[in-house]
Design a protein around this ligand. Structure first.
Ligand SMILES: Nc1ncnc2c1ncn2[C@@H]1O[C@H](COP(=O)(O)OP(=O)(O)OP(=O)(O)O)[C@@H](O)[C@H]1O
Length: 558
């Protein structure tokens, strides 16, 4: 069951709930008292006494103090609850496995964390205002009861039935908001297509036109859905004002006939009604924001559940045990399998394995095969990014499981084809700038970038150059096992040669193990072994290079 914004606030407030309630009640009381006092002073003119003014000043001071507390604390509580939600989402993303992450996609996460959080954030003031107005309403009701109990009963009856009608279009509103959320995501996806596919649309007028039509259609749907939902809220506002007219009419036309009220009593009842109506109006005005923020909160909760369901089953007890202390001699992959979940209606899903492979430390292994043969999928399963559906990985005889997965991943450094260069060198923030600068020179990127304040000064480089930056980071990480997925593919002949003939031998000489996906058959001899994949299976493992694979040896620190 989804939390409402009030429940979220109450949970966040904890023991402070009582103080908040007292402050809101006092500010409501002070508010009502100021109005009542002004009414009473107005009636006693010209005999206005000094103590009335003192009472007035004290009530205003009480109102200011308690209102400030109510509003400021509410804002703080809402922001703090949102902060917790954001951190929870970040942590859940960190605990996800790659497949779960790919399933959720980034659009929904961006939308929820930006749009939905903003909706809730702007609702803080309205929650405080509603809290206050409820208190004013209670005091006005008491005042009305003191003036005439039957009048209070009649007004409550009218008000109650009005509110019931008011709530009857709740389903329509909810539905409208749900649709708005769906259209917003579609719009976000199409906007991403427009921005990321900027180049592609330049070369194909039809593609550009069709994308525009889609953007237009979604924008129209967004517009219509927003108009529909806002009209419902506007109707509510008009309805609430009509209700006030009905109430006033009942006080003027019905009550005096039925209860024989004097004209002064009727005037007082109207004054009390107007006072309480102000609070009802505040609540009515806040209603759209309340519904929107409840809806936004529900969407955030749904996202959290999705993230939770995609959490890495192996990583639950991350870093529980580290049997390898950053080095290994041998990795045995046995009957390893992975199957993608079907992504299309025809239930087609790609499967790799069972794969058997034993790696010795210091070995350079190339994984080769045609496009779509499963090389990257194998590497993602091998590195534990995808949870294997069967089989095992053992490092020096110790199985990679929930206890050891985190330590296992700490042995590995990867550069996948869709690698990311971080804005700062996270994980290496204490690196010596001279060491980075030397590697920048080694990768011949001195003209393009440099290293300052824990970041590369420029990252907008060619794909091959960006891959060289990723290689700098990888070398700095200094892990015993390197995985390069088609790193050389975007390099010029000089750097391709450098990769195969200098970098790989240098890593081998340092005792590093390397698995590299390669399409460069000219350089296959640079590997100790070449594993060929086909349709998700290992078709062959061939011995290459000058000699047999090196014997198992403990990794040497570089
Ligand atoms: N995220 C995914 N969800 C579902 N299926 C996928 C996903 N990624 C890849 N596949 C399927 O797995 C198959 C193998 O893809 P993979 O990327 O492992 O091949 P590859 O050998 O690395 O290809 P390439 O040389 O083109 O990079 C693809 O044909 C595709 O059908």
């Amino acid at each position: 069951m989804a939390l409402t914004i009030i429940e979220m606030l109450s949970k966040e407030a904890g023991a402070e709930r009582r103080n908040l309630f007292i402050a809101a009640s006092l500010s409501g009381l002070a508010n009502s008292f100021v109005i009542a006092l002004i009414n009473s002073v107005a009636r006693s003119i010209p005999n206005v006494r000094m103590h009335s003014f003192v009472l007035f000043a004290l009530s205003v001071a009480l109102y200011v103090l308690t209102s400030r507390y109510t509003f400021h604390r509410t804002t703080r509580l809402v922001e703090s609850a949102l902060h917790h939600i954001k951190i929870r989402i970040v942590d859940k993303i960190r605990r996800m496995d790659l497949q779960g992450f790919e399933r959720v996609g980034t659009s929904e996460i961006y939308d929820r964390i930006t749009e939905n959080v903003t909706v809730i954030s702007t609702s803080a003031g309205m929650i405080a205002a509603t809290l206050q107005s409820i208190c004013v309403l209670v005091f006005s009701a008491l005042y009305l009861a003191w003036l005439s109990v039957p009048a209070l009963m009649l007004i409550s009856l009218l008000l109650g039935s009005g509110l019931m009608l008011f709530r009857s279009n709740q389903d329509l509103v909810e539905n409208g908001l749900r649709q708005l959320g769906i259209f917003r995501l579609a719009f976000f996806d199409q906007l991403t297509d427009l921005l990321k596919g900027f180049k592609e649309t330049r070369f194909n007028a039809r593609r550009s036109q069709e994308l525009r039509e889609d953007v237009l259609r979604t924008s129209e749907r967004l517009r219509d859905s927003t108009i529909k939902t806002n009209s419902l809220f506007d109707d509510n506002l008009i309805f609430s004002n009509t209700l006030l007219f009905a109430l006033l009419a009942s006080v003027v036309f019905v009550l005096p006939q039925q209860l024989e009220l004097k004209s002064t009593q009727v005037t007082q009842i109207i004054a009390a009604l107007m006072l309480s109506w102000n609070s009802v109006a505040i609540a009515v005005n806040c209603y759209p924001a309340y519904i929107r923020s409840n809806h936004a909160l529900m969407a955030l909760e749904a996202l959290e559940q999705k993230l939770e369901s995609g959490s890495d089953p192996l990583a639950k007890e991350a870093l529980v045990s580290n049997p390898w202390k950053g080095r290994f001699s041998r990795i045995e992959v046995s009957r390893l399998e992975y199957t993608y979940r079907p992504t299309t209606d025809d239930g087609m899903n790609f499967h790799i394995g069972p794969v058997d492979l034993t790696l010795q430390a210091g070995e350079v292994v190339f994984v080769v095969g045609g496009n779509g043969s499963g090389k990257s999928t194998f590497l993602k399963t091998f590195t534990g990014l995808y949870p294997a559906s069967a089989g095992s990985i053992r490092v020096d005889g110790v199985r990679v499981d929930s206890h050891t997965l985190a330590a296992y991943r700490e042995l590995i450094c990867t550069i996948f084809t869709d690698f990311h260069l971080f804005s700062r060198l996270y994980g290496l923030l204490d690196v010596q700038p001279e060491a980075v600068q030397a590697l920048i020179a080694q990768m011949q990127l001195e003209e393009q970038t440099s290293f300052s304040q824990q970041r590369f000064t420029r990252r907008e480089l060619s794909t091959g150059q960006r891959k060289r930056l990723a290689m700098i980071v990888a070398l700095l990480e200094d892990r015993p096992l390197y995985i390069f997925d088609e790193w050389a593919a975007d390099q010029d002949p000089t750097f391709r040669h450098y990769f195969y003939k200098e970098l790989l031998p240098m890593l081998r000489a340092r005792g590093k193990t390397v698995i590299a996906v390669s399409h460069d058959d000219r350089y296959f001899s640079c590997a100790d072994r070449v594993v060929t994949m086909e349709y998700g299976q290992v078709r062959s493992i061939e011995q290459h290079g000058e000699g047999a694979p090196p014997p198992p040896s403990p990794e040497k620190p570089s």
